[in-house]
Design a protein around this ligand. Structure first.
Ligand code: DX5
Ligand code: ZN
Length: 225
């Protein structure tokens, strides 16, 4: 049975109380902390960069899953490694020399992931898949938290799972955008192994800790191959 990792995205947390938000989800059983870096070019929004990653590193020992929604991410890989990232995810759409970027991430001793926008076909992974530790399927258009899951992406997750299984290497399959207790079991059944959840955890009326525990419960009752 595959282990399912839950990665709360701090994009939807209260930035004025970031440490408290992370501690709360960590105590409730979060596996990774997902950190969304946006540059206002690759995506139409600005968030944060290395100083926030470094600050998060000081307050948690959970793996920091850093999602780079930036152009030319190769400029900052070393700086994010120094800040304490454990996993660096780059977008195939932002990297004409994707192979070189993935090698550079691994050369820094970090796990390397590739992300695909909703309109990018899975065939973009064909040559790079054996080189990566993780594939991230965007299930919303990147840039903002709290958007609705794009239903068509469920089939993409299933096809990505088949690609990974056919390759026969262990590669995490992460889904990001509009994930919550209502669709998490289906996504896990489709083959996802990492669930990123922002709004469904940090904006839940019952509070992040209870929302995380609930997500864990529904995922555990899902049928995992
Ligand atoms: C969107 C980000 C996501 C975002 C997900 O561009 O990559 O990680 O935080 O947020 P929700 O779960 O609210 O869709
Ligand atoms: Zn993300």
């Amino acid at each position: 049975m595959k282990r399912i990792w839950i990665a709360p995205s701090v994009l939807s947390a209260d930035f004025a109380c970031l440490a408290r938000a992370v501690t709360e989800v960590a105590e409730a059983g979060a596996d990774w902390i997902h950190v969304d870096v946006m540059d206002g070019h690759f995506v139409p929004n600005l968030t944060f960069g290395m100083p926030i990653v470094a600050a998060l590193r000081r307050i948690t020992s959970l793996p920091l899953d850093v999602h780079l929604m930036i152009e030319a991410p190769e400029r900052y890989l070393e700086a994010f490694a120094r800040a304490g990232a454990d996993r660096l995810i780059v977008h195939v759409e932002a990297c004409p020399h994707l192979h070189r970027v993935i090698q550079a991430i691994r050369g820094l001793g970090l796990r390397a992931g590739v992300a695909l926008n909703p309109a990018t076909p899975l065939s973009a992974l064909e040559e790079i898949l054996p080189e990566v530790d993780q594939v991230l399927i965007m299930t919303v258009n990147p840039g903002f938290g709290g958007q609705a899951f794009i239903k068509r992406m469920l089939d993409k997750v299933r096809r990505a799972r088949r690609m990974i299984d056919t390759l026969g290497q262990f590669i995490e399959l992460e889904v990001d955008g509009g994930v919550g207790p209502e669709n998490a079991p289906t996504l896990v059944e489709a083959g996802a192994t990492v669930l990123v959840a922002g709004a469904s955890i940090f904006e839940a009326p019952e509070g992040p800790a209870e929302a995380l525990r609930r997500l864990r419960r529904v995922v555990e009752s899902a049928h995992v191959k």
